[in-house]
Design a protein around this ligand. Structure first.
Ligand code: GDP
Length: 456
């Protein structure tokens, strides 16, 4: 029953959005003052709220990371959506509508001490029409005496009211059990990485003759080199463990670097295949380029291959020892023109021959990996997003203004963000969001993926 349309942004030539596992969304709806925020705080253990409890910040929050009994979900507080609609009942109904569009489960909060109001009834009508599972929380049942108040809420016709006290925590366990029960079956988790935990994996890539084997020999140098044969991968692939900058790295498919195929027929094709299989197993790629010659289309293609693979990227300009003033001038122009799309990648200017700037290679790789691993909490992400969208709303399209309801980071390696929207966001606007993500959170050396989920 997944009617989201998922749109991957081919940002920077990146691959389209595959089948990634997005955590289920639980939206908390209800009229003002029923205790939605207290319940949200109770569910997330107030941790996030306390940590970032800056005046004016917490109040604007819309989405958080939450879990119950090992089940993770995104918890969305709908208060604050569409405040421009006049009339309480209409406003609340509209929020419920948005919630129903984006949520897998709706957590409907009613104040048991007040009973059913017009606004509660308006929400109920909307929720019934959506056919999303609804879990009804009868809040402010602080003691046994108030339990009877909750029973009246059966009259809403959305099922069993769970008596709770968001403030004191009473009954919230049973409520969360019901929410958990209503969640869609757990999808496949993030692709498990079989090689996780070992040395970090580096692919040294680049067109023939740029100096890959020279660089490999230079970094392997006097250091301990352990050859590690790889089962079940490209035939003859050999990885080497190399100590560099105080830690051990696994250089992927060094056999493919050391062995030359230059004069073979189809060598280009073979090199491309070899590169992609190395990228598949690597976490970060160092793309080596030769500055003694103009950047070639083949260099750019390798860079694009890396971006498409979603691996962290470091640009290494080799043979820097050959550079004179004139060539340097043109090189800068070539970089500006041809590598503008990966302006986020760290650059190192090296010479495998002389050893120039070898000490800068590892910090650049580490920067890329750090960005690649980055996770931004849902709470922090949405505080940021809310401010961004308030300052620069998405452009109107076909007479409608798409709304971004909230966002989550679905995965890291590389960071992948999902925007939950009520309409299509133009490419330009998504690129704008990506640019701002980079400005505010860094991500130097890592591609970023941005997708939309539009419930239609
Ligand atoms: P690969 O095909 O990418 O592995 O490239 P190689 O390592 O075989 O290098 C190709 C050629 O470039 C060889 O003649 C190397 O000696 C030369 N070379 C590699 N690195 C440098 C460098 O930093 N400076 C100079 N001047 N030549 C280099």
């Amino acid at each position: 029953d997944n009617t989201y349309s998922s749109v991957g942004v081919p940002a920077e030539g990146g691959a389209a959005d595959g089948d990634i596992a997005v955590k289920p969304v639980v939206a908390v709806v209800g009229r003002p003052n029923v205790g939605k925020s207290s319940l949200v705080n109770r569910i997330i253990g107030r941790r996030e709220a306390v940590v970032e409890d800056v005046p004016g910040v917490t109040r604007d929050r819309v989405a958080y990371d939450a879990s119950w009994q090992d089940r993770e979900f995104t918890l969305v507080d709908t208060g604050g959506w569409e405040t421009s609609v006049s009339g309480l009942a209409a406003m609340v109904a509209r929020q419920a509508e948005y919630a129903a569009q984006t949520a897998d489960v709706i957590l409907f909060v009613v104040d048991a001490t007040v009973g059913i109001t017009d606004a509660d009834a308006a929400v109920t009508r909307v929720l019934r029409a959506t056919r999303r599972p609804v879990v009804l929380a009868a809040n402010k049942v602080d003691g046994e005496l108030q339990e009877a108040d909750a029973l009246v809420l059966w009259n809403l016709g959305v099922g069993e009211p769970y008596p709770i006290s968001a403030l004191h925590g009473r009954g919230t366990g049973d409520l969360l059990d019901a929410v958990r029960e209503a969640l869609p079956a757990a999808g496949s988790a993030e692709a498990a990485d079989s090689e996780e935990g070992g040395p970090r994996r580096v692919a040294l890539v680049g067109r023939p003759n740029v100096g890959k084997s020279s660089l490999l020999n230079r970094v392997a140098g006097e250091e301990r080199v352990v050859v590690d044969s790889v089962a079940g991968t490209t035939r003859d692939a050999v990885d080497e463990l190399i100590d560099l900058g105080g830690r051990t790295w696994k250089f992927i498919d060094t056999a493919g670097i050391r062995r030359k195929f230059r004069n073979l027929q189809g060598a280009d094709y073979y090199a491309t295949v070899r590169t992609s299989s190395a990228l598949e197993r690597a976490e970060v790629a160092v793309v080596l380029m030769d500055v003694s010659a103009p950047l070639a289309e083949q260099d750019i293609r390798v860079v694009e291959q890396v971006v498409e693979s979603g691996r962290a990227l470091v640009l290494a300009f080799n043979k820097w020892d050959t550079l004179d003033e004139e060539r340097r001038y043109y090189l800068e122009k070539e970089i500006d023109r041809q590598l503008a799309r990966v302006s986020w990648a760290p650059r190192v200017n090296i010479s495998a021959k002389t050893g120039r700037h070898m000490d800068r290679l590892v910090p650049a790789i580490e920067t890329g990996l750090e960005s690649w691993d980055t996770r931004i909490s849902t709470g922090r992400l949405n505080t940021w997003l809310k401010e961004l969208v308030a300052a620069t709303p998405p452009p109107v399209r076909g007479g409608r203004q798409p709304k971004i309801l909230f966002a989550t980071q679905a995965s890291a390696r590389p960071p992948h963000f999902i925007l939950f929207t009520t309409g299509f966001l133009e490419d330009n606007y998504r690129r704008f969001i990506e640019r701002r993500l980079r400005e505010d959170f860094g991500f130097e050396g890592s591609p970023i993926k941005l997708s939309m989920r539009i419930r239609e």
